[in-house]
Design a protein. Structure first.
Length: 647
C-alpha cells in the first residue's frame, strides 16, 4: 500500500476517533443505518473486540423469529404452494440500546440490545396475499429510522406498502399516509396490473425528512404492463410523495431514446431492489439499478436500455439526475447492480477523492468521483461476442474497468471444470457437452450458455470499507449457471423467447461442476487499485465429506450453497483490525484485516449466517457482534449476538 503523508494523517485521525470512543465517557456506539452510516461503509470505530482478544468471543444471547410455514395457504393469483418464510437476512439498527429489525415475514421487532429481550413487535400480515413470485419465499433485510429530535419513527417497506411505526410502541403513525401506510403502486409510470409482482426486500434510505424506496420486481417474468422500477421519495411526516425517478425514462426524458420502438412504455423491472446509499453532506443519493425484463432476452427492448444496470446519482431533495454510468449495455445476463454503493474517501496519486464504489455481479469494482461521476481509473468500451438468437441484438461493446482487476474469475471454459478425480473431470466434461462457453458477456443462446455472474460476483451484501487505510473488503461468489432460451408456450408470454433453463450444473450429485474456491474474501486497496490479499471464504462440509471425495486432500473450498440465497451476505470491518463475515457459512468468521488470516470462527449451532453482520456498544460499555441465521429449509431462524466474556 502507499504510505503518503495524507494517508498517514487519515490513519492517525481514525485511530484517534477509535480511542476517543473506547476510552472517553462516550460508552455507547450505535448502528443507525443499514450499512452503519448513510454511505454504507459498514465500518465501526469500536476496538473493544480486537485481533488480540477476538478468540475469546462467545455467544451472549439469541432471539428466535418463531416463524413457520403456513400449511395450505395458497397464492390467490396462481395457487402456488404454501406460504413459508425464506432466509433470515436482516441487519438490525441499534439506537439508544434498542435493536430494530425485520423478519422474513416482514414483521418489525424491537429488542433490548444487551439481552435480546423482545420489547415490541408489529406484524404487517404481508403473508395474507400469498407468495410474491412463482418460487420466492418471504425475506426482508432491514428497516430505516427517522427522527426530528422529538419523536422517532421506524419505516418498513413491505410488499407494496410503506409503513411508519412509533419507535417506542411499534404502533402505526395514524397521521402518516392512510392510517400509517402508503400504497407504493398508487402513482407509478403506468398502472400495476397485479401487486403480487411488486415487493420490497431491502430497507428504505432516509435523507433529511425524506424516505426513499426502490422495489423488488421479478425480471425473469415478461408481459406488457409489468410493474416499472420507479424510485420514490415520501415525506417522513405525512407520507406525501415528494418526487419519483423513472429508471425507465419516459417520453421526453433523458435516455428515452435508448429504448427503441416504444419499448420504454411497456418493459417492466429495471428496479432498485438493492440497498440505496446517501451522501448526507451533499444531498446526493446513489441508486444501484437492476436488469430489465426479461433478464436473458431483449429482442423486444432493443437499445442500451438506460438506466438498467447503472449506478445513478440523484439530487436527494428533488429526484433529478446528477450523473449516471451504465455498467452493462442492453443486459442479457441478469448482471444486476444490487450491492449498495460504498461512499468512500481515497487518495490516488496524491489526490484526495470523495468516491463511490459499486461492486458488480460481473466481478468488476466500478470506482467514480461521487460528485462528477468521472471514473477514478479509465473504463474502456471493448468489443464483446454477438448474439445469434433470432430477433436479438446484443451490444457490440461493454465497459471494462482498467483498474481494479476483477475480484472473481470471469467467463467460463473447460479449464474451469472440476478435476478432483479423473472420473469427476469426465463427468464434468459430459455435463457441459453441447453448451457454449466463453469470456464474460458471451450471450445466452438457444442451446445454452454457461455464464458466471448471474448468481455470482458481488450481490446485495456489498463491501465494507476501512477509512483508516482505504481498504475495501469484498465477498464474491463463484457460481456458473446454465442459461438457455426457448420459444414460449402459446399465450404464455408476449415476447419471442423466454429462458428454458437457468440452473446450476453439477459434475455429480452435490458436487459442483467447477473448481473451488466457491466463495472468496478480498482486500482491495482503493488508493492504488491493487489487491492486498484474497482468501477462500469458509468451507463446504457436504462437498468435503462427499463419498466420491473420500481420502482426497482437497484444497480450501469456500462456501457453496444452492439456491444461493443468504450466501450473498457481505462483511463488516472494525477499528479492532477485524473483518467479520459468514456469507452463508455455518460459522461467523473474524479475519485479520491486514493479512486475511482467520482469527476466530464462531459456531452458529447448525445454522448458516445469512445477513451482513453488525456491531455496537451498549451504554454499559459492552460490544456485541450480531448476525441473523437460519437452518436448512429456513427453519429455526435466529438472531445471534456474540461478546467477550465477563463484561
Amino acid at each position: 500500500m502507499t504510505d503518503c503523508p495524507c494517508q498517514r494523517g487519515r490513519t492517525i485521525a481514525a485511530l484517534a476517533l477509535s480511542a476517543l470512543l473506547a476510552f472517553s465517557g462516550l460508552d455507547a456506539q450505535e448502528w443507525p443505518s443499514y450499512g452503519g452510516d448513510p454511505g454504507g461503509t459498514k465500518f465501526s470505530p469500536l476496538v473493544q473486540i480486537n485481533r488480540e482478544n477476538v478468540h475469546r468471543l462467545e455467544l451472549a444471547w439469541t432471539w428466535e423469529t418463531a416463524e413457520e410455514p403456513i400449511p395450505g395457504y395458497k397464492t390467490p393469483a396462481r395457487g402456488q404452494g404454501a406460504v413459508r418464510p425464506g432466509p433470515f437476512e436482516a441487519t438490525p439498527l441499534m439506537i439508544g440500546d434498542t435493536l430494530y429489525l425485520s423478519t422474513p415475514y416482514n414483521s418489525v421487532v424491537a429488542l433490548d440490545a444487551g439481552t435480546g429481550t423482545e420489547l415490541w413487535s408489529y406484524d404487517p400480515r404481508a403473508w395474507e396475499w400469498g407468495r410474491l413470485y412463482l418460487s420466492s419465499d418471504f425475506h426482508h433485510r432491514g428497516v430505516a429510522t427517522w427522527t426530528d429530535g422529538r419523536e422517532r419513527r421506524i419505516f418498513l417497506n413491505s410488499r407494496w406498502r410503506l409503513i411508519a411505526l412509533d419507535a417506542t410502541t411499534g404502533e402505526p403513525i395514524p397521521t402518516f399516509g392512510d392510517q400509517g401506510e402508503v400504497d407504493l403502486t398508487a402513482d407509478l409510470a403506468w398502472p400495476v396490473m397485479t401487486r403480487l409482482h411488486y415487493s420490497q426486500t431491502s430497507p428504505p434510505a432516509v435523507f433529511e425528512d425524506l424516505v426513499i424506496v426502490g422495489s423488488g420486481i421479478p425480471d425473469y417474468m415478461d408481459y406488457r404492463g409489468q410493474p416499472p422500477g420507479d424510485v420514490q421519495a415520501f415525506d417522513a411526516r405525512t407520507g406525501e410523495r415528494v418526487w419519483s425517478f423513472h429508471t425507465i425514462p419516459q417520453e421526453g426524458e433523458f435516455g428515452n431514446d435508448t429504448w427503441e420502438d416504444g419499448s420504454w412504455a411497456h418493459t417492466g423491472s429495471t428496479n432498485v431492489w438493492g440497498p440505496i446509499t446517501v451522501d448526507d453532506e451533499r444531498g446526493l443519493v446513489y441508486l444501484p439499478v437492476s436488469t430489465p425484463a426479461s433478464d436473458f432476452y431483449g429482442g423486444h427492448r432493443q437499445g442500451n436500455n438506460l438506466f438498467a444496470e447503472s449506478i445513478v446519482c440523484l439530487d436527494a431533495r428533488t429526484g433529478e439526475r446528477v450523473w449516471h454510468f451504465q455498467t452493462v449495455h442492453h443486459g442479457l445476463w441478469d448482471y444486476d447492480l444490487s450491492a449498495p454503493p460504498n461512499l468512500v474517501t481515497i487518495t490516488v496519486e496524491g489526490r484526495t477523492i470523495d468516491a463511490v464504489v459499486v461492486l458488480g455481479k460481473t466481478g468488476f469494482a466500478y470506482v467514480f468521483d461521487r460528485v462528477t461521476g468521472d471514473p477514478v481509473w479509465p473504463i474502456e468500451e471493448r468489443p464483446v461476442p454477438a448474439s445469434d438468437v433470432p430477433g436479438e441484438r446484443a451490444s457490440p461493446t461493454q465497459p471494462f474497468p482498467t483498474r481494479p482487476a476483477p475480484f472473481m474469475k470471469q467467463g467460463f471454459s473447460l479449464d474451469d471444470l472440476v478435476d478432483f478425480t479423473p472420473e469427476l473431470r469426465a463427468r464434468a466434461m459430459e455435463a457441459v457437452e453441447g453448451y457454449r462457453m466463453g469470456p464474460i458477456f458471451t450471450p445466452p443462446s438457444l442451446e445454452g450458455t454457461v455464464v458466471t455472474g448471474e448468481a455470482g460476483g458481488a450481490n446485495w451484501g456489498g463491501g465494507a470499507f476501512d477509512p483508516r487505510d482505504g481498504v475495501l473488503y469484498v465477498r464474491s461468489t463463484n457460481l456458473p449457471t446454465l442459461i438457455a432460451l426457448a420459444r414460449p408456450d402459446p399465450g404464455d408470454a408476449e415476447v419471442d423467447y423466454v429462458r428454458s433453463a437457468a440452473s446450476l450444473l453439477e459434475a455429480a450429485d452435490g458436487i459442483p461442476i467447477h473448481k473451488p474456491p466457491y466463495a472468496t474474501l478480498s482486500a482491495l486497496d482503493l488508493d492504488t487499485g491493487d489487491y492486498l490479499w484474497q482468501v477462500p471464504l469458509g468451507d463446504s462440509p457436504a462437498i468435503r465429506n462427499h463419498p466420491l471425495l473420500q481420502g482426497l486432500d482437497l484444497p480450501p473450498l469456500g462456501v457453496f450453497k444452492w439456491p444461493p440465497h443468504g450466501t450473498f451476505a457481505g462483511p463488516l470491518a472494525t477499528a479492532g483490525g477485524l473483518v467479520f463475515i459468514s456469507g452463508g457459512a455455518f460459522e461467523l468468521y473474524a479475519f485479520h484485516g491486514g493479512t486475511g488470516e482467520t482469527l476466530w470462527a464462531g459456531d452458529l449451532d447448525g445454522s448458516r449466517g445469512l445477513s451482513n453482520p453488525m456491531t455496537y456498544q451498549t451504554r454499559d460499555g459492552r460490544q456485541f457482534v450480531v448476525v441473523a441465521t437460519s437452518a436448512e429449509g429456513n427453519t429455526d431462524s435466529r438472531l445471534m449476538a456474540f461478546a467477550l466474556p465477563g463484561r
